[in-house]
Design a binder for this molecule. Structure first.
Ligand SMILES: NC(=O)c1ccc[n+]([C@@H]2O[C@H](COP(=O)([O-])OP(=O)(O)OC[C@H]3O[C@@H](n4cnc5c(N)ncnc54)[C@H](OP(=O)(O)O)[C@@H]3O)[C@@H](O)[C@H]2O)c1
Length: 288
């Protein structure tokens, strides 16, 4: 399928749905026991139309990037959009280019479409980090730059410091985790032409257990599953796209069924207002 693409006023484009890779190839250390299945899952996603693949140097201690690199061999690189992230401890003028080049090696590619600061660092000066990102764009190693898990004020600061545009903030956002709304970040991104990339759209499957009556009604009304409603609720919103991880072909097919149609505006707002179990802060990485 052709995944619909969202475009910022400045021309930056990102598909509404992409594939996450956290826990493919291990958590914080490499785990090679499931390599063949993970590579097959990434390839299957690409065959199904997924072009945006999200990874990070931290995932599986770099092994997730290696798996992506192996899965994309032989595929026209220009048809893919690869995002990676530099870990907080490497947000220095030397650390960022070194990390980027290592990611490129593991991914078997000559450039990243998007490179993100994985989270705000309280140790490394932001000015140094964003200058290093700018230089990667100037050198052609990175097409676009962005941040992840940044609160509104730090995002604004990063925007002031960069020569190239901060095109996105990748953050924890779903029907239950609403920190980006409470913090005013969602509204800020919508007003200031920044893409909000919502990670953990099904809250690692937790949103799909104990389905509340409100979700059951939506599923009947739209003839969709809870995962599809959860994904559509995100991408129905201005400047919001999402990334979900799955290594399971049935889940991939289901998740892709979350795009290409629209919840009504009133149902988007109803789910925003009344969806049960909402929390005001991420249970993974609070905005920094
Ligand atoms: N920037 C950051 O700090 C940050 C933090 C977290 C995540 N991320 C990125 O965002 C991506 C997505 O987030 P996530 O992986 O944490 O959470 P997620 O996509 O909400 O959930 C992934 C988990 O849910 C399962 N799942 C997916 N679709 C399903 C479905 N339709 N039915 C049942 N189970 C389903 C997957 O298992 P199966 O594989 O068995 O389907 C996997 O265990 C990550 O992979 C990563 O790339 C970024």
């Amino acid at each position: 399928m052709d995944i619909p693409v969202k475009k910022l006023k400045n021309g930056f484009k990102l598909p509404e749905f992409g594939l996450g890779t956290w826990q493919m190839g291990g958590r914080d250390k490499p785990d090679t026991s499931n390599d063949a299945a993970e590579i097959a899952a990434i390839k299957a996603a690409i065959e199904a139309g997924v072009t945006h693949i999200d990874t990070a140097e931290a995932y599986g201690g770099g092994h997730a990037e290696e798996l992506v690199g192996r899965a994309i061999r032989g595929i026209n690189r220009k048809k893919l959009f690869i995002t990676s992230k530099v870990s907080e401890e490497n947000h220095t003028c030397d650390g960022i280019p070194t990390s980027c080049k290592e990611s490129l090696k593991r991914l078997h590619t000559t450039y990243l479409d998007l490179y993100l600061l994985h989270e705000f660092s309280t140790e490394c000066p932001l000015e140094e980090a964003v200058q290093a990102l700018d230089e990667l764009v100037d050198e052609g190693l990175v097409k676009h730059i962005g941040v992840s898990n940044f609160g509104k004020e730090h995002l604004k600061e990063a925007q002031k410091l960069t020569k190239h545009k901060i095109v996105c903030n990748q953050v924890h956002y779903n029907l239950q985790v609403r920190e980006v709304e409470k913090e005013g970040l969602l509204e800020y991104c919508q007003k200031s032409d920044v893409m909000l990339v919502a990670y953990r759209p099904v809250q690692k499957g937790k949103l799909l257990e104990d389905i509340p009556p409100m979700m059951q009604e939506m599923c009947v009304k739209y003839q969709k599953t809870p995962a599809q409603i959860a994904i559509n609720w995100l991408v129905a919103q201005k400047n919001v796209v999402t990334i979900a991880k799955t290594s399971n072909p049935a889940h991939l097919k289901e998740n892709l069924g979350g795009i290409g149609w629209n919840l009504t505006e009133s149902d988007v707002e109803l789910l925003r207002k009344d969806y049960p179990g909402q929390v005001d802060i991420s249970d993974l990485i609070p905005l920094g």
